[in-house]
Design a protein around this ligand. Structure first.
Ligand SMILES: *Cc1c(COP(=O)(O)O)cnc(C)c1O
Length: 360
């Protein structure tokens, strides 16, 4: 009945709704720090925009072209409006890329571990995914090894920067050197879901490389620093030669008007973005200090989460959950990924971790 590729598929595990989890565990309050959501909420400009939405348009199909949002993002990123493709979350853009470019037998190259959806959608298209392990010492991509793994069958290369789940980051200058070695027939996809959290100096976004490279796609989302995960808005900046066919594959009404409105309002409030960035950077330093003091190995993060080696990880995860904090396991045995919370949440979690290892 099913197509072959789907027969043995490993589904993506979505988050359980917080209320449901609270009920199941009999806990009053659970703080979800497993999904890299923004603990500081979202811009109030979003609320205002939505409350002003014209409800009588509910019966109408949304703007298929996302015109207002398109103009705003193009101006903000200094790219042509026609270079943008919007998705129902960046998730949909990832799916669309697999759907548009992959035939059976094509190869897709990615570092591992990375965001699991690249593999999921490549697999559904009957492509072969080639994982190149990260360097275990510092969690960085092994770019030399990735270059070596390119074959005539290689169609796509995924680079998540900063990478989920490791949090590691490569500067654009390093990325450029890598791209220069990749044949033009291979499409390079840079997922910048977390790039706004980067505080390292210098150019941080591969969007700056697009003017000299026509086999590069750069992706962004409103779900992370903008705190809009519920509205499902992501986009890609795409070379002009590729955009037409991708638009043809995209579902025409993938993005509803309320989401378009919300994303545009969120973009207009860069103060909220800067505040979040500063608060996350403080939390990140503080977590890295804490983990160093505890003697727990972690990778240098430039994102809004940290990936660390936690002996008895599943037991620690369970203990954190009993204390009301949900973190992410399962990405690498005995490692956990924790999204930074508010200062109070971070301190409370660190106390639980400290006590856990002291009494172990
Ligand atoms: C969260 C995330 C996405 C998906 O974001 P949505 O826009 O919410 O679909 C894409 N890529 C990475 C690396 C992510 O962590």
């Amino acid at each position: 009945m099913f197509k072959n590729a789907v027969e043995n598929i490993e589904p993506y595990t979505p988050e359980v709704p917080i209320k449901k989890l609270q009920q199941e565990l009999g806990l009053k309050n659970i703080v979800r720090l497993s999904a890299n959501e923004n603990p500081f909420g979202t811009s109030l400009a979003v609320k205002e925009a939505i409350l002003n939405w014209d409800f009588t348009t509910a019966r109408e199909y949304p703007d298929s072209n996302a015109n207002d949002l398109r103009q705003a993002v193009a101006k903000f990123q200094n790219v042509l409006p026609e270079q943008l493709l919007f998705g129902c979350g960046l998730d949909e853009v990832i799916e669309l890329i697999a759907r548009t470019f992959l035939d059976e037998g094509d190869e897709v190259l990615e570092p591992w571990p990375t965001f699991s959806e690249y593999k999921l959608h490549a697999t559904i298209e009957n492509a072969t995914v080639v994982d190149v392990p990260i360097r275990t010492s510092d969690g960085q991509f092994d770019l030399a090894q990735m270059c070596q793994k390119i074959t005539p069958k290689t169609k796509l290369i995924w680079l998540c920067n900063p990478n989920n789940p490791t949090g590691t980051y490569i500067p654009v200058s390093t990325l450029k050197k890598f791209i220069d070695q990749v044949p033009e027939e291979v499409l390079i996809l840079v997922d910048e879901a977390y790039v706004e959290f980067v505080t390292e100096p210098g150019e941080t976004s591969a969007i700056s490389l697009l003017k000299d490279c026509d086999h590069l796609v750069v992706m962004r989302t409103f779900s992370k620093i903008y705190g809009l995960a519920n509205f499902r808005v992501g986009y890609a900046v795409i070379p002009e030669a590729l955009i037409g066919k991708m638009q043809a594959v995209r579902l025409p009404y993938n993005l509803n008007d309320v989401s378009q409105l919300a994303a545009k309002a969120a973009l207009s409030d860069q103060k909220f973005v800067q505040q979040t960035q500063a608060r996350v950077a403080t939390a990140r330093n503080q977590w890295q200090d804490f983990l160093s003091q505890q003697g727990l190995k972690f990778y240098q993060s430039q994102a809004n989460f940290i990936f660390f080696e936690a002996p008895q990880a599943l037991k620690l995860k369970e203990t954190l959950l009993q204390n009301g904090y949900l973190v992410r396991s399962g990405l690498q045995p005995d490692w956990l990924r924790v999204t930074f919370g508010t200062t109070a949440q971070n301190e409370a979690m660190q106390q639980v971790i400290k006590d856990f290892y002291e009494t172990l």
